[in-house]
Design a binder for this molecule. Sequence first.
Ligand SMILES: Cc1cc2nc3c(=O)[nH]c(=O)nc-3n(C[C@H](O)[C@H](O)[C@H](O)COP(=O)(O)OP(=O)(O)OC[C@H]3O[C@@H](n4cnc5c(N)ncnc54)[C@H](O)[C@@H]3O)c2cc1C
Ligand code: FES
Length: 576
Amino acid sequence: MQALRRLTVLTSTIRPIKQRSRAMATVAPSHFMATSGETEPVWVHTEPYSNRPKFSQLKQNTSADVCVIGSGIAGIQSAFELIKRGHTVVMLEARDAISGESDRTSGHLASALDDRYIEIAKLHGEEGAKLAADSHKWASKHVGEVSKELGIECEYRQLPGYLVSMYDRQTQGKDHDKDVKDTIKPEAKEATNSGVPSDFREGYAIKGWDGKPDQRDATVFADQATFHPTKYLVGVLKWLKEQPNFTCYTQTRVMDVKEKGIELLGIGKKTVVVSTQGGSEVECSDAIQATCVPLQKLSVVAEMEYNRTYCIAIKVPKGYVEDCLLYDTAEDYKYIRLTHCDEQNDYMIVGGCDHKVGQEETTGRFAELEKWTRERFTKAGSVDYAWSGQVFDPVDYMAFIGLNSGMKHTYIVTGDSGNGLTHGVLAGRLIADEIEGLPNDWGKLYAPSRKASLLKSAGSILAHDVQIQTQYKRFLQSDIKDIEDLQPGTGGVLNPTLKAPLAVYKDDEGGVHKFSALCPHLKGVVCWNGLEKSWDCPVHGSRFSKDGICITGPAKAGLSPVDEDGRAMQAEAIKA
Ligand SMILES: Cc1cc2nc3c(=O)[nH]c(=O)nc-3n(C[C@H](O)[C@H](O)[C@H](O)COP(=O)(O)OP(=O)(O)OC[C@H]3O[C@@H](n4cnc5c(N)ncnc54)[C@H](O)[C@@H]3O)c2cc1C
Ligand code: FES
């Protein structure tokens, strides 16, 4: 979880360490249909966007047993479970398939959870920690089983995970020892109690860590896993496409999900109507909002923190670094893992440097990750990919998976807390069980309507709420004084009257395009993210492409254009 952070205004024009070769100019509008930012994740190195299955737009009303909204890991895995069980499924995706955070992840399939078992047990009890371990262990293994069953070559393998101190043994000895005593050793004990076999190894350092910082001593978690997420998802989606009871529509944005009819004490049956921006509807018995964050005003949306997070992929000789997952104990921790690059090299993915969406500069994050890596792994080569993404951290550490509060047939999956891949996989089984009325012990831990653990987190919710409310002070700010000051390919918020802030984008040729800077969700004032060329809302993390297209909820619609150039730019992006 992130500490509350200082608000800083974003107006900069930041470039990643190494750009895509074609990217000195702003990318084409279609890029934001394929992925949620201007930078490219390492996964496209071996799985380009062109390999992803293609689908058409929904242009007429249709029906199915279940409508799955969103084609990330949660949507695809839910569809997979339901299709296997004989249901008919219609999947709706606002942009191209797999264009959300599942495409920008770092690919750990961990049961050693980011928020740590010592903290989870405090809020959810020993029983809750055991259920968390059981569900993530199942999910991590299940990806291996599915990839084997469908013959998907996705680098799936099991490997150890290591938790090391953020402090140097030599120069920060006292802090290091305290960290070992208070966190690293107790986590080994609590993880083992919860069902993730772990042990503390004094003096352990992974192979390849040949640089100066001495962070030896580690808790080792057995049976963690990793894979190439996009290869896996493309493989499952290709299999789904061949199934007669599956249909998918892309470029089909969902605007509303309503339950109709009366269902009381087991009498009567509601139906769910899913309405799209184009006007077509899907009528279904159940709907699953697998949109990363649900398309609604508040409820669970207010019980999460929204963070940007950064990754680099740096070349290392094959065999130089131990194939493992490694995390340090910092609050916005650093982590590593490996993926295939070529015959001689692997890519080491190094991640971290999180901060609240729209509340801090994006500059310097990749440089920090690179410095951290080079200090520890002296044979690291070039940084070939550098990208950012978004994570959603529930205040009580557990994702929200199950029936949405107050609904009978509308399910949500959200709150990845850095373990969104395994959350997405376990959501597939849990929601399929709940739709079929089958018992599933995990249900109570993840129930979106849970109260006890959230009550224990009331202090954090309150602090978070206060912090959110302060974001509205952006109404009284103007990030730029004059449009002339904007460099080509950048944007900024202009608020001359302190009443109607404008999101102004200047294209590479100097053309100016204006949109309302008010987020359609709850009227936060967006900020310019110079790294990803997006407009990010600091209130609940909604994001919009430079053209104002919604790329991350909870907003459903895009930013409203306020001039002809803005309208033309947005129309071109929607058409792309
Ligand atoms: C840098 C980074 C590293 C990470 N590392 C890890 C890791 O190592 N391990 C791990 O477990 N997790 C990790 N995570 C988290 C994990 O990647 C995500 O939680 C997970 O991929 C989310 O999957 P999802 O299916 O819920 O959402 P997404 O993949 O975002 O999919 C949601 C889909 O819904 C679509 N959509 C949204 N709104 C609408 C609408 N109105 N109508 C129709 N469709 C809509 C979107 O376009 C998108 O395609 C990481 C995340 C990031 C950003
Ligand atoms: S995301 Fe809620 S106001 Fe913008």
